[in-house]
Design a protein. Structure first.
Length: 188
């Protein structure tokens, strides 16, 4: 496995040392993007990304993919300069909030971790923080399987990013699903 992915944007080359994205066909949509490069190139690439521009990313597939951002607000959570190199981390703000992003019918967040146990634990906490319905920690696996509609995402970078998932649930159906689980003795 490579240590970095290569990003080409408006004639500039930067590198990526962390990525969480959905990939479909020849397009990737980034939820988290960690850029590494010279200050000028990082500034140009991140401005292009903020403005909704597409870049080419290579190192994921045999052929480069078109890389764009997900809809919604993009926020920089870290910009650090080490010598002549800048590391800047951009995220899809709504997907990484403590509480889930609520649309008219669906709630969704991004969860990630070293392994599935860590991911499911994070998913449980994100759901618990996003609802008024009382939840029990021992329901974690059942909630993952029956309520959270997990979607596996592409992840690259440090070990904390080994498993990345987008979880979705219907807030208006949550109480009904849990009460049904209790009634059928799946939950106690």
């Amino acid at each position: 496995m490579h240590d970095y992915l290569t990003i080409r944007s408006n004639g500039f080359v930067t590198y990526c040392d962390g990525l969480i994205a959905s990939i479909q066909a020849d397009q990737a949509r980034a939820y988290l993007l960690s850029l590494v490069g010279s200050p000028a190139r990082i500034q140009a690439t991140s401005a292009h990304f903020y403005n909704g521009g597409f870049s080419r990313i290579s190192g994921i597939e045999p052929t480069p993919l078109e890389l764009g951002r997900t809809p919604g607000t993009i926020r920089s959570i870290r910009a650090r300069k080490i010598g002549d190199v800048v590391n800047k981390v951009l995220i899809s703000a709504e997907q990484f909030e403590r509480k889930a992003q609520h649309t008219e019918t669906t709630c969704s967040v991004i969860v990630f971790g070293e392994d599935m146990a860590a991911v499911k634990q994070q998913a449980y906490h994100r759901l618990d923080n996003s609802t008024t319905m009382p939840l029990k920690p021992k329901w974690r696996d059942w909630l993952w399987d029956e309520v959270l509609q997990p979607e596996r995402l592409y992840s690259f970078g440090n070990p904390q990013l080994r498993q990345a998932w987008k979880i979705n649930w219907q807030e208006d159906e949550l109480e009904e699903r849990i009460l049904e689980g209790v009634r059928l003795n799946y939950l106690s």
